[in-house]
Design a protein around this ligand. Structure first.
Ligand code: KG4
Ligand code: ZN
Length: 390
């Protein structure tokens, strides 16, 4: 089955095309990536020190047709056509919600032959609603014009599934035959969650942040330290220098929530403590910044690892899955690997490219959702900014 996927939940405009067969249960799943295209708006949002929803929406509107064209071209599915677009009235109604998309999309459809796609998967949440809407409306228009079904996908399920991919050949993947119960740690710019699965595609959120997400904490602390956005990779780079150069530990911070009796997180107190620390010292040398970055990274890693250990024990888990942008963090990855090894639990981490937002994860989750029988009624698909996993 060939699936085209669309992801616009935050600041990446992404489209991919996969050809997948088999199922998780029978262990014969296999997938070929035919096309995978992504345009990041990171540089634009850097100016604001975070993602600005109105700007994200405008950029998605501008970028979707070029990104789709690129993905279809990679897949060898981009062909020209001069046939009339059918359903123009219904299409115009669908697209009217997103004015700017209207002309561009109709122009694209009028000169593009229908590709051999069986279904369109689109992220409907969680994320920034104005950004989500652009992808949803675009997906609805394509589904209508091409007469194929549309599958709404939960972005977080995509983050979990993409971490389970195993490369078998160039552009070909299988999925890990994980054992249950499984615990998933999802850490991104918008989310910090611990999720338990007793079986494939069943989720229970058992812990989450009460304030800032982990990626947000990295980004905010980086901003306080006057480092460029997004701050996660930058803090990680400085912390790494402190470790390699064996700088003495300094600026000791309390590990937030480490003794709370639940699986929740809170990072805003740590951020405030670091703000006070930064303001208490008029200048910061490069070495001091490296020491501070290391202390921040060590602090959040200690908390996250401790909560994950607790979750693995509480639920008798046999598998740990890690996903989301912050799972690109090297120190966190190594610490989680060592904890999982210690506890005799199998761990699955995403590749660097699959850690941050992309459309491949949406195609993958879309395929498994189709298999589970969940076709969406186009009218019923709406953006859901705070969509939870369940
Ligand atoms: O999953 P993602 O691409 O987008 C959201 O859905 O939020 O995650 C982006 C977040 C940003 O906050 C970024 O700073 C963080 O992931 N991030 C990292 C690293 N790479 C990306 N945080 C810490 N260390 C990294 N190496
Ligand atoms: Zn994400």
């Amino acid at each position: 089955m060939k699936i085209l996927s669309i992801e616009t939940s935050c600041d990446e405009t992404a489209v991919s095309v996969i050809d997948a067969t088999g199922s998780f249960e029978t262990g014969d799943f296999s997938m070929t990536v035919l096309g995978n295209s992504l345009l990041s708006q990171m540089a634009l949002h850097a100016e604001f020190g975070g993602v600005f929803p109105g700007l994200a929406k405008r950029e998605h509107q501008k970028n979707l047709v070029p990104v789709l064209t690129d993905a279809l071209t990679q897949a060898g599915m981009f062909g020209s056509s001069d046939s009339e677009v059918e359903n123009t009235d219904a299409l115009s109604d669908t697209l009217a919600k997103e004015g700017v998309l209207l002309e561009q999309t109709l122009a694209f459809l009028s000169k593009t032959a229908k590709p051999e796609i069986d279904a369109i998967a689109v992220t409907y949440g969680p994320g920034l609603e104005p950004a989500l809407w652009v992808g949803i409306v675009f997906a609805k228009a394509l589904a209508l014009a091409w007469g194929i079904p549309i599958i709404p996908v939960n972005h977080m399920e995509g983050h979990i599934m993409v971490s389970l991919l195993q490369k078998t050949a160039q552009s070909r993947y299988s999925i890990a035959a994980i054992l249950f119960p499984a615990v998933s740690l999802l850490v991104s710019g918008g989310h910090t969650e611990i999720v338990v699965s007793q079986e494939w595609m069943r989720y229970e959120v058992v812990g989450q942040t009460r304030d800032d997400a982990l990626g947000e904490a990295f980004d905010k602390v980086a901003r306080l330290m006057q480092l460029p956005y997004p701050g996660g990779p930058e803090i990680s780079r400085l912390a790494e220098i402190a470790r390699i150069e064996e700088l003495p530990p300094a600026y000791k911070q309390t590990r937030p929530m480490i003794h709370s009796k639940d699986l929740d997180f809170s990072f805003s107190g740590l951020k405030s403590s670091i703000r006070r620390l930064i303001e208490s010292q008029p200048t910061w040398s490069d070495t001091e910044k490296q020491q501070l970055a290391r202390e921040f990274e060590d602090t959040v890693t200690d908390t996250v690892v401790s909560k994950v250990r607790e979750a693995l024990t509480t639920y008798g888990a046999q598998t740990l899955v890690v996903g989301g942008g912050v799972s690109a963090n090297k120190h966190l990855r190594l610490s989680l690997e060592s904890a999982a090894h210690d506890m005799d639990v199998a761990i699955y981490l995403p590749t660097a490219a699959n850690a941050t937002d992309n459309a491949l994860m949406i195609a993958l989750a879309g395929y498994f959702r189709v298999q589970a029988g969940s076709h969406g009624q186009p009218e019923a698909i709406v953006a859901h900014g705070t969509l939870a996993l369940s």
